[in-house]
Design a protein around this ligand. Structure first.
Ligand code: FAD
Ligand code: NAD
Length: 484
């Protein structure tokens, strides 16, 4: 494509969100460029969801490491994005390879060439956050990128962080024979979720021989003749061959030139967006959480406001739009710091595409599932008990052990539990969590119930097939209905 071409829309970042926005806009007849610096497709198919789920499945099937990594490399297409690029071409999207940097309203530079745009969609994703630990830079470390692409199986692996990435990776490497330890600074695994879920997973990992150091941080790291040594804040030490840093991710906002559009996103904080995924300029916003997660999506509860201050969509100042003529600046995916999953990125991408095409659509984040694909699977949706407490919401909890289902007997696997949370004042389900086999499949109806605000009286009338784990939600639903 020639230099200085003017596009209807430039999509910055060709991952899950970018690919989808670009193809939806191009299919609607817009002249669209997708700017990608690495692989078209982004993290999910090559470095994140797909390889990690492939390795977890191989581990469950008892395959060898060699077979598991061969399968992993097959499903990630050996990190070749030809098929993704062909999909873009077929949709009519121009792919511009290189780092994109906004030069000012309506102007972007990619690999030394300038281009014009009417709408800009920022889909630059997130990157691993590496904690400042004395000596860490001098010892062999991986992030999930390496852990999911290299052929090595370390003899001793320390995983720094017990969130979704740390727990999935710890289970993979422990299953294939590495001696694994997790160091997690909070007192439990999966701190964002209901305590029983993290405890169920901790129990499963301990049974596999994983050494859990909860409530401890790594204070110092040092390279040794063979491997490395970590000193922990609780006085303990760990010897290992490799450290896998899984201590969170931060939205990728640096070096994008967004300040030229008046967008100030402090490092580590997601781009604030309204409910239409229009990027907001926030006047006097306070520093955000440094883990990149928005405390509360601006869009979910307070349309038109970014957390911490009055806000307006970029470009609405002085009667004009900074994106150029009649365009705007939008964002979708991890860069917003909201929900941070592939399915949420896809959802926001559709919301953006619809709004750019002039069909107003507002995002609703109340029922985006969060799944950790370990054994047991941990599924959460809506509000967690801790979040309810933060919001001052009076929630009723009802739970059920999966062991009481006939399916558990049939599967000879009695581990797991489900909990449902209802807002007492509104008499509605607002959240749920489950730890158990296939929970990612049989809990989907709860996401629908929360999103559709289905009355409990109707939910208690739904019949589940026998023998399924899905039957486990019937008793807690009846209990909640009886207590409300
Ligand atoms: C180990 C791991 C496992 C995960 N597993 C799951 C899972 O099972 N299910 C799930 O739903 N989610 C999972 N996630 C989260 C999921 O991967 C992300 O939420 C998703 O990839 C976000 O998509 P995105 O489009 O926002 O960003 P990305 O996919 O990261 O795409 C952003 C793209 O932008 C490009 N880019 C950035 N800046 C520029 C620039 N200036 N110029 C050009 N290109 C640029 C990058 O190269 C990248 O390709 C996992 C994450 C990790 C780390
Ligand atoms: N299956 C999925 O959907 C899936 C899987 C993996 C990741 N993801 C996405 O990727 C995002 C990132 O996941 P993550 O697990 O890297 O991040 P996270 O923020 O969810 O968890 C990081 C953990 O590391 C701990 N930690 C931070 N600094 C530490 C330190 N110095 N010492 C010890 N512990 C420390 C934190 O307390 C936290 O528990 C998630 O929010 C999720 O959205 C999704």
């Amino acid at each position: 494509m020639s230099r200085d071409h003017h596009y209807d829309a430039v999509v910055l970042g060709g991952g899950t969100a970018g690919e989808l926005v670009a193809s939806e806009l191009a299919r609607a007849g817009r002249d669209v460029a997708l700017v990608e610096n690495r692989l078209v497709g982004g993290e999910s198919p090559y470095f994140a969801c797909v390889p990690s789920k492939s390795l977890l499945l191989s581990a469950r099937r008892g395959e060898t490491w060699e077979l598991a990594t061969a399968r992993r490399d097959e499903v990630t297409g050996h990190l070749d994005d030809d098929r993704a690029v062909a999909r873009m071409a077929e949709a009519g999207v121009t792919v511009l390879r290189g780092w994109g940097r906004v030069l000012g309203p309506g102007r972007i530079e990619v690999d030394g060439a300038a281009h014009g745009f009417t709408d800009l969609v920022v889909c630059t994703g997130s990157e691993p956050a590496v904690p400042a630990v004395d000596g860490l830079a001098a010892v062999p470390t991986w992030t999930s990128d390496e852990a999911l692409t290299v052929p090595d199986l370390p003899r001793r692996l320390v995983v720094l962080g017990g969130g979704p990435v740390g727990c999935e990776m710890a289970q993979v490497y422990a299953a294939f024979g590495s001696q694994v330890a997790i160091v997690e600074s909070s007192g439990r695994l999966l701190t964002a979720e209901a305590p029983f879920a993290g405890e169920a997973l901790a129990d499963a990992l301990r049974r596999m021989g994983v050494d859990l150091r909860l409530g401890a941080e790594v204070a110092r790291a040092e390279r040794k003749e063979t491997g490395l040594r970590l000193w922990l804040s609780d006085g303990g030490t760990l010897d290992a061959d490799r450290v896998l840093v899984a201590a969170g991710r931060r939205p990728r906002v640096d070096g994008l030139g967004l300040e030229t559009l008046g967008v100030a996103a402090p490092p580590g904080r997601g781009l604030p967006v309204d409910e239409t995924c229009h990027v907001l300029v926030t006047e006097g916003a306070p520093p955000g959480r440094d883990d990149g997660q928005q405390d509360e999506p601006a869009a979910a509860h307070e349309p038109g406001r970014a957390p911490g201050g009055p806000a307006r969509p970029v470009g609405e100042a002085q009667g004009g739009r900074a994106g150029a003529a009649a365009g705007g600046v939008w964002a979708a995916g991890d860069v917003t710091g909201i929900a941070r999953t592939t399915h949420a990125a896809r959802y926001q991408a559709r919301v953006v595409a619809s709004n750019v095409l002039g069909r107003r659509r507002a995002a609703d984040y109340r029922a985006i599932p969060r799944v950790v694909y370990t054994t047991p699977t941990v599924y959460s949706v809506g509000i967690s008990p801790a979040r309810a407490e933060e919001l001052g919401m009076d929630v009723l909890t009802a739970g059920y052990d999966l062991a009481a289902t006939a399916r558990a007997t049939v599967e000879a696997d009695e581990r797991g539990r489900v909990e449902l949370y209802a807002d007492r004042s509104r008499g509605l389900l607002v959240g749920a969590a489950a730890a158990g086999l296939y929970a990612e499949e049989w809990m989907s109806e709860i996401a629908l119930a929360i999103r559709a605000e289905t009355p409990l009286s109707l939910l208690t009338d739904v019949v589940h097939a026998f023998p399924t784990y899905g039957e486990s939600i019937e008793a807690p639903l009846r209990e909640l209905a009886g207590r409300l």
